[in-house]
Write a protein that binds this ligand. Structure first.
Ligand SMILES: *Cc1c(COP(=O)(O)O)cnc(C)c1O
Length: 376
């Protein structure tokens, strides 16, 4: 069986967890959390990175830091995971969904300006499959209309846009270290903060509204309740698990890219013959091979293909029923403009197995099955 997903595991995780236990510091912000913070800040050229309990929680922190209030509007793609919207809906915002670009499945940056109203506070971009949204015009627009930019970079750790790491471009960047992502700590994530002036408030919100982070740094001699907050810091046990992978991030990234390129090469002839479509990586975007997807003609062909692959013990899945078409999306948001591509393209997309434990032989097997399905 070629599983669709297997949790990342490099082999050092248990040893590092033992070290955290031996250090008698298993709550948050221990030695492994600090190592992860430092690594993220260096690699992502970010002035401040904070591990969180999930990407969902990093997005919640961003919404709190931006002081999103009832009546505010937040623009985002409809083709995304529920968490992208949840964080802002929980602060009372209305979600304005825009259509996507069929080449990357990212939000169409040319549709944003028309979706802005006097109530708009933020644009939330999601870098689908670790491929960057067209950030330059998005930042320009945000600047002109005084809007915040939040990156849901859950899938985009180690990706970049014209050399700039994704997650470090917007006011806030949110990573996921869920077990389905390239690097994992079971459940977890990180918040990247672009402007240092927002650091203290973020630390306070993450630490139950207290200035405990300043206390640890010796900047205050006792810590107290100074603002509202919650508990968004993960245990150092989880950070120890993550550290084993961040340490080998380049090797993991290279392995995934090798598999991605192999898929692309082996399926190219099927694409040329018009059987399926392959993903597009625009110029200036360096991706992290978070996923490999193909597009079938339509939903009927996709269902048949999933069944066909399942009979050959290959796990292939689709995802994201567009948010504007489901119950919560209708209740909390509206689609701006015409749904030209979101629904249609979402029904064609199929993800093939690509995780840290997939081998080149696995990819060969999956591609052979696809060629068999299309009779080539
Ligand atoms: C995985 C994912 C999330 C959620 O991440 P968690 O760490 O599980 O909260 C949010 N947005 C996108 C686009 C994702 O892919």
């Amino acid at each position: 069986m070629i599983q669709f997903n297997e949790p990342p595991f490099t082999g050092k995780e248990i040893e590092y967890i033992k070290q955290a236990v031996a250090a008698q510091h298993i709550c948050g912000d221990g030695v492994f959390t600090k190592r992860c913070h430092q690594w993220l800040e260096e690699r992502m050229q970010s002035p401040k990175a904070l591990l969180t309990t999930s990407c969902t929680h990093a997005l919640e922190m961003a919404a709190l830091l931006l002081e999103i209030r009832p009546g505010d509007e937040v623009i985002m793609p409809s083709y995304t995971f529920a968490s992208t919207a949840d964080a802002f809906v929980m602060r009372g915002a209305r979600i304005v969904f825009v259509d996507l670009r069929p080449d990357t499945m990212n939000l169409d940056e040319t549709l944003l300006e028309d979706a802005i109203t006097p109530k708009t506070r933020a644009i939330v971009v999601m870098h689908y499959a670790g491929v960057a949204c067209e950030m330059e015009p998005i930042l320009d627009l945000a600047d002109r209309f005084h809007l915040a930019v939040v990156e849901d970079a859950a899938q985009a750790v180690m990706s970049s846009y014209h050399g700039i790491p994704l997650g470090s471009i917007g006011d806030y960047g949110c990573y996921s270290f869920h077990e389905t992502k390239n690097y994992s700590m079971g459940e977890g994530g990180a918040l990247l903060i672009r402007d240092l002036e927002n650091r203290d408030r973020a630390e306070i919100i993450r630490e139950k509204g207290t200035d405990r982070s300043k206390f640890w740094r010796g900047e205050v001699d006792k810590y107290t309740w100074v603002d509202f907050g919650s508990s968004y810091l993960p245990s150092d046990l989880n950070a120890a698990y993550l550290w084993a992978q961040l340490e080998q991030a380049d090797a993991i990234n290279e392995h995934r890219l090798r598999l991605w390129n192999q898929y692309y090469r082996e399926l190219f002839s099927l694409a040329e013959q018009g059987c399926l479509s392959l993903p597009v990586i625009p110029a200036g975007c360096k991706h992290n091979a978070h996923m490999f997807y193909i597009k079938t003609d339509n939903i009927i062909q996709r269902s048949a293909l999933i069944r066909f692959l399942k009979e050959r013990e290959i796990g292939a899945v689709f995802h994201y029923i567009p948010l504007h078409t489901v119950a919560a999306g209708k209740k909390y948001g509206r689609f701006h403009g015409i749904d030209r591509y979101t629904t249609k393209e979402s029904e064609r997309l199929l993800r093939l197995p690509l995780h840290n434990h997939v081998t080149e032989a696995d990819v060969e097997q999956v591609c052979a099955a696809l060629k068999e399905f299309y009779g080539k």
